[in-house]
Design a protein around this ligand. Structure first.
Ligand SMILES: Cc1ncc(COP(=O)(O)O)c(C=O)c1O
Length: 490
């Protein structure tokens, strides 16, 4: 990793409080835990980083030494240290654990329970069968060039048929296949929201979407989600959304109405209608991320936002219904916009892999097949997690999610980042609350996924309790760990 890249990730970090080397090590450690600095990359040389950050070389050397001591930097002889996560070996991964739940480039290390990424292992047999069928279809496509910026016909037709069945008449010409929802969002941002463009976002929101907006140079306009209502049904603050749309006239609004990440809320139809109307009035393109739409734990009915207006742009993905490793997602929009997206896409890639798309067509056609078992397990996990938190972390306030994969929990004190930093000492990996917001917000919150089986959820909750106890017992540790990461989010 070059020093400029690391300096950018360090954001507005400013060595103010002493000792600076400890702050630097803490921020780098958080970046590794968050997955923003991948594992097994060489950090910049001490001299180069010191020059880029305007620090003394001694400070950087001391920070690297601390990272080595803590197990976050390997100590290769004669070579630069590479990032790693300490292997504790206390809680070995068990068969069936979601080892696949790590972020790209961030494998779950042995012995750490991963609560940072809300994702599930593949619905194995279904996926395998789809690939077997795809291989038999492949020969017919081999004479072609293999480049297709829009996606293969059978997959686009299958996705269009799903929308039509859900009450949103759609043709294959309205679908662009992408390498996952994140890729879809990047294509949309590049097309609709250039540098300095305002993009309305829910606050909190999905961290990688916020990162995509930042890296596209957009100006996010956060609109707070209302606090959890004790009796459920907190929904969205559509009046605040409407006001922000009217006053700021953002080019684009990015929302996750179907099991919002991280709160797990489902937007009621009445609010959907109001939002679509408000976006139309302000000339804002409403971009709806439906990645989690199939994870409807309570079976509540909802109408896809695109049913309310042909101007809505929808993003979908197989990552949560089947497997993130498929890297298959899509955009649904009007045909002229799809053509613009396809043109923008070719600056990033020239199309998706064919076999994956053929397999994905089978999965989309039989979308509901793996879902009942998946939803039953998730329902049980959700209930177990809520119960465990109530029992072992009684000062936390939780919100029962309507769907999705995680519980957004409010901590009694703003220690989310500090918990994240010390979490590996207790055998877990966390994503700090501020990752879900802007400007260091959400230090009071942690997203806790319920993707692990109940026995491991218990281990994880006990670990959270131990981490909290350690912080509560040590005001000095709390102070040391609270300040730097809040600015590392920038
Ligand atoms: C709301 C939301 N959008 C997008 C993604 C990323 O999806 P994909 O794996 O299809 O890129 C996720 C993954 O967690 C998500 O929760």
């Amino acid at each position: 990793m070059n020093p400029t890249t690391l300096a950018r990730l360090l954001g507005e970090w400013n060595p103010g409080a002493s000792p600076a080397y400890r702050e630097l090590a803490d921020v780098v450690r958080l970046l590794v835990l968050d997955g923003r600095v991948p594992l097994d990359v060489a950090l910049p040389s001490e001299r180069a980083l010191a020059a880029t950050l305007g620090l003394s070389r001694t400070t950087v050397t001391a920070a690297y030494t601390l990272l080595r001591d803590q197990g976050f930097l390997s100590s290769g002889q004669g070579s630069r240290g590479r990032t790693c996560i300490p292997h504790r070996g206390r809680r070995g991964a068990q068969p069936g654990t979601p080892e696949l739940s790590g972020a790209p480039g961030l494998a779950v290390p042995d012995g750490l329970l991963d609560l940072a990424y809300a994702s599930l292992p593949a619905s194995g047999e279904v996926v395998h069968r789809a690939f077997a069928a795809a291989l038999t279809e492949l020969p017919a496509l081999l004479p072609g060039f293999g480049y297709d910026a829009l996606g293969v016909g059978p997959l686009r037709e299958a996705i269009a048929a799903r929308y039509t069945a859900a009450g949103v008449p759609t043709t294959a010409g309205q679908i662009l296949v992408t390498s996952g929802a994140q890729h879809a969002l990047n294509i949309i941002l590049r097309t609709l929201a250039g540098r300095s463009a305002r993009v309305l976002v829910e606050h909190p929101s999905y961290p990688n979407a916020l990162d995509a907006m930042r890296s596209a140079g957009c100006r996010p306009v956060p609109v707070a989600m209302p606090p959890a209502a004790l009796d459920g049904g907190a929904g969205w603050d559509t009046d605040a959304l409407e006001t922000a749309l009217k006053q700021q006239r953002p080019a684009m609004a990015y929302v996750v109405p179907d099991f919002h990440n991280p709160t797990g809320r489902l937007m009621p139809d009445s609010q959907r209608r109001q939002l679509v109307r408000a976006a139309a009035a302000s000339g804002t393109v409403l971009v709806v991320d439906e990645t989690l739409r199939e994870l409807n734990l309570d079976g509540a009915p909802s109408t896809p936002l695109a049913a309310f207006s042909p101007a809505v742009v929808s993003i979908g993905s197989l990552s949560k219904s089947h497997w993130a490793g498929l890297r298959t997602g899509w955009i649904r929009a009007g045909e002229p916009l799809i053509q613009r997206f396809a043109a923008a896409r070719t600056t990033m890639d020239l199309g998706g892999p064919i076999v994956e798309q053929l397999a994905a067509a089978h999965l989309v056609n039989a979308l509901t097949e793996p879902l009942p078992a998946r939803l039953a397990a998730l329902r049980a996990n959700r209930d177990t997690l809520l119960m465990l938190i109530a029992e072992h972390l009684p000062t936390w306030q939780t919100e029962r999610p309507d769907g999705g994969l995680s519980v957004w929990s409010r901590l009694p004190v703003p220690l989310s980042t500090a918990m994240t930093v010390i979490a590996p000492d207790f055998g877990i990996r966390l994503a700090a609350g501020p990752r879900f917001g802007l400007g260091g917000a959400f230090e009071h919150y942690l997203r806790v996924p319920f993707t692990l089986p109940p026995a491991q959820l218990e281990t994880a909750v006990l670990a959270l309790r131990s981490a909290q106890d350690r912080l509560e017992a040590s005001p000095q540790l709390r102070r040391d760990l609270t300040s730097p990461p809040a600015v590392a989010i920038a």
